[in-house]
Design a protein around this ligand. Sequence first.
Ligand SMILES: Nc1ncnc2c1ncn2[C@@H]1O[C@H](COP(=O)(O)OP(=O)(O)OP(=O)(O)O)[C@@H](O)[C@H]1O
Ligand SMILES: [Mg+2]
Length: 437
Amino acid sequence: MNILIVDDEKKLGVLFSRALRGAGFSAKAVETGERAIESLEQGFDLVITDMKMPGMNGIELLRKIKEDYPDTVVVMMTAHGTVETAVEAMKAGAYDFLLKPFPTDELLLLAHHIAEELQLQQEIEYRRKRERERFGNIVGKSDEMKQIFTLIEKVAPADATVLILGETGTGKELVARAIHERSQRAKKPFVAINCAAITETLLESELFGYEKGAFTGADRRKPGMFELANGGTLLLDEIAEMPQSLQAKLLRVLQEKTVYHLGGTVPIPVDVRVVAATNKDIKKLVSERKFREDLYFRIAVFPIKLPPLRMRKKDIMLLVENYFRKRAIDIEVSPEAEELLTEYNFPGNVRELENILERALILSGGKRITPEHLPDLEIAIAESASVEPGETTLGELEKKMLISALEKAGGNKSKAAKLLGITRRMIYTKLKKYELE
Ligand SMILES: Nc1ncnc2c1ncn2[C@@H]1O[C@H](COP(=O)(O)OP(=O)(O)OP(=O)(O)O)[C@@H](O)[C@H]1O
Ligand SMILES: [Mg+2]
């Protein structure tokens, strides 16, 4: 804690500041209110000022401090017989007052007390800030992620089908879980199935279950994912990879809210909220007739599109901090390493960031991450920066510059224009030219 003593009696100022320094604080003494004002820019947490001083008196100084540095704590020192002014000082925002003469121990006790209180306040403030920058397990302080948090909050209790879109590693599964956890179904199961990872027949039997003898190897009756998720939420991950024949069956289940086991004839009612996720451009697949349009409309009731990490660079260092904190690792990231991390474009998004950090952690030995622990990033950034004539055309280059400026500016067109040194109007023209809107 940084303390400023203001007393026109030089001897006292020296005495107090020395005692405070002896107790581990950093302290400085000045002799007038005017000098105190000048010193405040250096940043003091606590000002202990005498009341009666030639020139600016203690009350005047207090008022000025409260105006310009409202967070600075002020303690008044008053002599006997000026209790009324002490009351006035308290009203004007003084934290406490010391009645002169007082033993230095009393001063130290008060300073320690204030230091503790300030630290507590800082911790509370820090936690509040952290809370604002996260949504359950999902962290983000960019406007893009804040919008996502709002969407999740709105859709979670609504029980609607949700389609989560976004590049690989952007946190689609995390969002699906957050939706489940904030719905009325939270206490019921959350079941996830990856539609891309298994063969068509296996996927079908996994989803809908089967009767004994339904196929070779079906030596017992087995419930499907829909039944296992009953009352809860079913995440159909990589939905775009689902074979067409299964898409038709899935649509029927969604509409009728009943499933039939493979080889079964008895309808089984299921109450399941479906959340689907994909990193594919599913709309395009629909237009190419690779994904059933009717199923698309059934699941795309409420789409949530997760922005790629390169469009929300503000979140990168927050994710870095979060990654190490959730694993209870105390490690420093050098400013140069931070620069590399924020410059890199992360085609694999948060998952790639986590892998890079994992590797850097091992390479660094766990104390401090520097650029040498991020070798791939340096290469990738260097490669994307240098181009030779013949390798690309001017138009291509301009398009690339536009994209990267937009990314750097977080999608803000005015900022991007500034980065490129062109007018706002020009950027709109160019965006149109390259069909980047
Ligand atoms: N906003 C975030 N805050 C904290 N962790 C995140 C965030 N986004 C992603 N992660 C982490 O990144 C990793 C990848 O996230 P997730 O598996 O949800 O991505 P995905 O979009 O489902 O990827 P894929 O398309 O490859 O399946 C996970 O370890 C997840 O915890
Ligand atoms: Mg996933």
